[in-house]
Design a protein. Structure first.
Length: 608
């Protein structure tokens, strides 16, 4: 428990250092609240002794001025209390939300900075849960922190006022404070493992949900909705059970923590009545001490809330810090490339292994994952500037991995990738993206306009957007849309066909006039004639582009100056398509499979 407590305190202290201004203002309001409550209790005692009791028993004259003065004094303290509460709540909330915003921005920036290989090892759902629920859990305790500190001030000043009024009654009443602290410590110790379990299960539920949403098309087309619901229900029920367990613990301790101050007040009234009857204390002193104890009943619970939130703070911060402290960075150099012209690509001794799946920092010791298999092995390749090279291979041959390595989405395990003789790792940040473009096989379209999806942050004119669309053979369908370039395409381009989305992605790459264009099976949804027109158009425009295309259709391969046959991560042959076909049986099987399948479909349609 002490470790969790100290870790939580250190996290909260870090938050105070990072957002000091709203915290200071909230603390001012909280101190006003604490001192004001203690002062109100003292004033209630004095008003009872000097005004109320004399007015009731006639022991001393009480004028209207005395009554109005007492009322005005209490009202002034009440107004100060209201101001203190407003300051504490408004700036306490600002303190919490400022920290949450700060860390969500930091996580978003870190997610974008981390290399793609790191993302491959971390489920997207868990990353979303970290940016959402874990950040919220980390700083939830800061919402009650100013209240708890103000309560500490209230206890100190109320204790002084009680002791000054009657040390015996004060001792009786203040016995409730250590009892409350002990109950809160036990509560925090019981809650800590339960809250950690809840945070871990929230990440698992988020990951399952994200995977289900991403695979919605597969789930629907294969009729797996019931199985997917069952999988999600199992995770959700585990989270429910963990929340219920935490709720039961909270439910068991809340009545105890709430009852203790009331019991203390009752005990003070019993002992105080005896002392008043014996003349050892006054009615005002008894009223003051009982009133102050009643004021402590609710604020003291803030310690329980704070201690109860500390395990969530530690659990959330463990995940957030694991991401922010991740050292899987992409190192950049300071080099540059000579301007103009297509790029020559040189790959030497290239090997790559996918990273192992990451371990959740809240999961403790997990079963070790088997070592990842090698995707590429000792790949050496030269691509002459201005040529078109087709990379051909079966499923799992490493074609997409090679495409990502050429534009430095990932770095090789061994070997080098050179652009015009310069290692991509020696180039300054942003230079690879400035000269090379990748159009992946899974096209992503943003929920934006046609213009926004093509330009995507680049400052280009509408004429340049139209040129890119024409080159991608997308101009006709864009002109047919009611809004033209301003037409919104919906989430993931839901209003477009697969071929239209691919053309839009091609235009997005071409508007940047890349000197190296890598097409990872990016024209598979296009008709062969359209595909030929797109690739031929690159040559006619004179952009000066080297093209590496991952292909399997004969029509696409025929457009290439050279073919590279990749099999199980190794280059088994390369050269002009006719020569490779003449000597490589595996290559012939690959490139003729599409034609055979098309012929079979045509025969079946004719027979039908």
């Amino acid at each position: 428990m002490s470790g969790t407590f100290l870790d939580g305190v250190r996290t909260l202290a870090r938050g105070v250092r990072e957002e000091p201004r709203p915290f200071r203002t909230a603390i001012v309001g909280s101190v006003v609240f604490g001192v004001g409550n203690a002062l109100s209790g003292y004033l209630v005692g004095r008003v009872t002794t000097d005004v109320v009791v004399p007015a009731l028993d006639g022991s001393a004259p009480v004028t209207a001025r005395d009554a109005w003065l007492a009322g005005a004094t209490l009202m002034s303290v009440t107004v100060a209390l209201v101001g203190g509460v407003l300051l504490r709540r408004i700036f306490g909330g600002a303190f919490t939300y400022a920290l949450q915003a700060r860390y969500r921005r930091a996580l978003a920036r870190r997610y974008l900075d981390l290399p793609l290989a790191w993302h491959h090892a971390h489920p997207a759902g868990r990353l979303l849960a970290t940016a959402g629920a874990d950040v919220e859990a980390t700083w939830q305790a800061t919402m009650v922190l100013p209240f708890a500190l103000g309560t500490a001030v209230l206890i100190v000043f109320a204790g002084i006022a009680m002791v000054a009024a009657d040390p015996v009654l004060a001792t009786v009443g203040l016995l409730v404070v250590p009892a409350l602290l002990a109950a809160n410590v036990v509560y925090q110790r019981r809650m800590s493992p339960l809250v950690v379990a809840v945070q871990q299960l929230r990440g698992e539920v988020s990951s399952t949900a994200h995977e289900s949403f991403e695979g919605a098309l597969v789930v629907k087309t294969l009729g797996l909705a019931d199985e997917e619901v069952t999988r999600f229900r199992a995770d959700a029920e585990r989270l429910r059970d963990a929340n219920v367990a935490a709720g039961r613990t909270r439910g068991a301790f809340d009545p105890v923590i709430e009852a203790l101050p009331s019991l203390g007040t009752l005990l003070v009234l019993v002992v105080g009545a005896v002392r008043v009857a014996s003349g050892r204390t006054g009615v005002g002193d008894l009223v003051q001490i009982a009133y102050l104890l009643s004021l402590l009943a609710f604020p003291v619970r803030s310690f329980g809330w704070l201690l109860g939130d500390l395990p969530r703070t530690v659990a959330g911060d463990a995940r957030v810090s694991a991401v922010l402290g991740e050292d899987a960075t992409t190192p950049w150099g300071a080099g540059d490339l000579a301007p103009g012209g297509p790029l020559a690509v040189s790959v030497a001794g290239l090997s790559y292994r996918h990273p192992a799946p990451a371990v959740d920092p809240l999961a403790g010791d997990a079963a070790p994952h088997p070592p990842p298999q090698r995707v590429l092995s000792d790949v050496t390749l030269e691509v002459t500037a201005g040529t078109t090279v087709a990379v051909v291979g079966g499923t799992g041959a490493g074609k997409s991995t090679l495409a990502g390595l050429l534009v430095r989405l990932v770095d090789p395990s061994t070997g080098t990738v050179l652009l015009n003789g310069v290692d991509v790792r020696d180039l300054a940040e942003g230079r690879v993206a400035g000269v090379a473009a990748l159009v992946p096989q899974s096209t992503f379209v943003f929920d934006d306009s046609i213009r926004g999806n093509v330009a995507l942050g680049l400052e280009v004119s509408d004429d340049e957007v139209w040129q890119a669309l024409e080159l991608a053979r997308a101009g006709d369908f864009v002109r047919s849309l009611p809004g033209g370039l301003d037409e919104l395409v919906g989430e993931r381009g839901s209003t477009l066909s697969g071929g239209q989305r691919q053309r839009l992605a091609l235009a997005r790459a071409l508007v940047r006039r890349p000197r190296l264009l890598v097409l990872d099976d990016a024209t598979s949804a296009l008709d062969p004639a359209v595909e030929r027109a797109v690739l031929d158009g690159l040559e006619r425009t004179g952009i000066g582009t080297t093209v590496v295309v991952v292909a399997y259709r004969p029509a696409t391969i025929a457009l290439a100056d050279e073919v590279v046959h990749l099999d199980h991560g190794r280059i088994v042959d390369r050269g002009p398509a006719e020569e490779v076909a003449a000597r490589d049986e595996g290559y012939r099987e690959l490139v003729t499979a599409y034609a055979r399948a098309a012929a079979d479909r045509a025969a079946e349609e004719g027979a039908a």
